[in-house]
Design a protein around this ligand. Structure first.
Ligand code: DGI
Ligand code: FE
Ligand code: FE
Ligand code: FE
Length: 187
């Protein structure tokens, strides 16, 4: 696997703004891996690829979910969730990424899941707090991330769940599970 080619391939999937976000997630994920004892190389790779399919057309993602037997339940929830599963499929198929830890971190970076791995947490949190992000509560999350991945990420899921409720949107069940698990881990 050639990281430089993978960078160019990833960059070519998305507009520049999304690429700048990706670079921010890479930087933040490596910092978090170093802070919390994660694998910095895997964090870098998963962060680089996490939004690989984010800018793909909705109908292309829907077709891949159907034909490649990705979880059909996704189609009943917000389209924002789709790129994570489609992206994991895409990097496995287009770039022969076979590391299941890396693929899972990509696949669950939006929804979260039960019993998130250290790598899952690092990528998901880096996605929330990379330097280019600006939303109410992001600085609180950055502060929490100085000492606790779980506290910071639980705060992130809390804010996403509140937003979805305000918007009258359904909440993907794994997000609720992820948030509950994180809170349980904090006790
Ligand atoms: O791809 P990014 O914009 O970098 O970030 P992301 O992959 O974390 O996507 C987050 C978006 O997904 C956010 O705007 C909220 C939306 N979303 C819709 N339904 C759900 C959801 N996020 C979660 N965690 N759970 C949902 O059920
Ligand atoms: Fe994403
Ligand atoms: Fe996220
Ligand atoms: Fe992202």
């Amino acid at each position: 696997m050639n990281l430089e080619l993978l960078r160019e391939a990833t960059r070519s999937q998305m507009p520049d703004k999304r690429w700048q976000h990706t670079l921010g997630v890479v930087k933040t994920a490596v910092e978090l891996a170093e802070r919390f004892g994660g694998d910095a190389e895997k964090a870098e790779l998963a962060a680089l690829l996490h939004d690989y399919s984010k800018a793909w057309p909705i109908n292309r993602m829907e077709q891949i979910i159907r034909t490649e037997r990705l979880p059909g339940e996704l189609l009943d929830y917000d389209k924002e969730l789709w790129h994570a599963h489609v992206g994991a499929w895409a990097v496995q198929n287009e770039h022969r990424i076979e590391d299941e830890e890396v693929l899972d971190a990509i696949r669950y970076h939006t929804s979260g899941r039960a019993d998130m791995t250290l790598l899952d947490k690092i990528v998901c949190l880096a996605d929330y707090i990379e330097p280019g992000r600006d939303f109410p509560g992001v600085n609180k999350m950055r502060d929490l991330a100085q000492h606790s991945l779980e506290e910071a990420l639980a705060a992130g899921f809390d804010s996403t769940i509140k937003l979805l409720i305000e918007l009258g949107k359904p909440i993907f069940p794994l997000t609720v599970t992820a948030r509950n698990d994180l809170i349980r881990q904090l006790k």
